[in-house]
Design a protein around this ligand. Structure first.
Ligand code: PLP
Length: 374
């Protein structure tokens, strides 16, 4: 197996920082100035934050006043779920843990076996127990399968029932066009490190007029919606990444052919290998493939030995891999759901990379079969 260069196929975990982002972050790090200070240093820092705010707002068709910078997608999701006066929360069953664990009491909206949120179930759930202030949270693209959710339709249903809508667009932004108004949502979560920006910065973007109570209390930063001195280099880097991500369609289009080729070649080797959500609209860069009889964890280690980085299950923050709650929600048996690996491509990947992955996949699968037969 080639051991030349390490091959990164885990862009949904984090994407490489864009060179123009790295340069802007380095430059911002060397500048002194607190955006809240009234002197010239402070005013220059404020201008840099405001420019980034405009760029992030433009990425999702929002007004700049609606952008609340946070320490990342996790904080933005926590803020969205805690920041309104909702007394009933409905979340899709396939949300990221930063939604599911932020509102453990939330009711779960089921998904179909293709991993698409069940809109009829949402309608039924909203019709029951009317009279409460409801918040609905549905992600735009799933981090494990890449399945794109019918967020605009979900938001229209929610609105008919007077509910607020939050959308975690962390995996979608920079990969498909995202527009706050077209989606019809009240709050949208973004994270810089999935689109070529630095980790540790993100935003909750609000539609005009949407109120939000802070979770982090203290100073009046972010219009009293998120206290704490702004992460100037991170925010500047996020702004540059958002600007670069606006040419999204061209950059991602090529990945669909690579991803589809990868899936075709795996299917030639093992027609029995499930490809989760393949019948649904998906992000062009993502595939989630089961290798029958081989735990995802074992695969990730074997791929790593072959110099290939992929992830299993939800690639939990703890580094531990359990059976995937997302795949179980789609109706997969727990054992099968523990055998899936997520491959997520980036614009630097090539046909040769796909060939290398497929060769490694075949070798791992055949070795496991030989071991079982022995
Ligand atoms: N939401 C989704 C769908 C994600 O995939 C992730 C990260 O993996 C997050 C939220 C959390 O974002 P962050 O890493 O910026 O906290």
């Amino acid at each position: 197996m080639p051991r030349d260069r390490a091959l990164y196929l885990d862009h949904n975990a984090t994407a490489p920082v864009l060179p123009e982002v790295a340069a802007a972050v380095a430059d911002a790090l060397m500048r002194t100035g607190n955006p809240s200070s009234v002197h010239g240093f402070g005013r220059a820092a404020r201008q840099a934050v405001d420019q980034a705010r405009r760029r992030v707002a433009a990425l999702v068709g929002a007004a700049e006043e609606g952008v609340v910078f946070t320490s990342g997608g996790t904080e933005a999701n926590n803020l969205a779920l805690a920041g309104t006066d909702a007394d009933r929360i409905l979340v899709s069953a396939i949300e990221h843990d930063s939604v599911l664990r932020a509102a453990p009491e939330a009711e779960r909206i089921p998904v179909t076996e293709q991993g698409v949120v069940d809109l009829a179930a949402l309608e039924r759930m909203l019709a029951a127990d009317a009279g409460k202030r409801v918040l609905v949270s549905v992600m735009l693209a799933n981090n494990e399968t890449g399945v794109i959710q019918p967020v605009a339709e979900a938001a229209a249903i929610a609105r008919r029932h007077g509910a607020l809508v939050h959308c975690d667009a962390v995996q979608a932004a920079g990969r498909i066009p995202v527009d706050l108004g077209a989606l019809g949502v009240d709050m949208l979560t973004l994270s810089a490190h999935k689109l070529g920006g630095p980790a540790g910065v993100g935003a909750l973007v609000l539609r005009p007029g949407q109120a939000l109570s802070p979770v982090l209390k203290g100073g009046g930063q972010e219009r009293w919606r998120r206290a704490g001195t702004e992460n100037l280099p991170g925010i500047v880097g996020f702004g540059v990444a958002a600007l670069s991500a606006r040419s999204v369609n061209d950059r991602i289009a090529g990945l669909r052919a690579l991803r589809d080729d990868l899936e075709r070649r795996i299917r030639d080797i093992a027609p029995e290998a499930p490809i989760y959500g393949e019948g649904a609209a998906r992000l062009a860069n993502t595939t989630c493939i089961g290798m029958p009889g081989v735990k995802g964890e074992t695969q990730v280690m074997a791929f790593d030995l072959a110099g290939i980085a992929v992830s299993a299950g939800a690639a939990c923050s703890s580094g531990k891999v359990a059976s995937s709650a997302v795949l179980v929600a789609m109706g997969a048996a727990p054992a099968a759901s523990a055998e899936a690996v997520r491959v997520s491509l980036g614009t630097g990947n090539t046909e040769a990379d796909i060939g290398r992955f497929v060769a490694a996949w075949r070798e791992i699968y055949e070795r496991a079969r030989r071991l079982r037969a022995a």
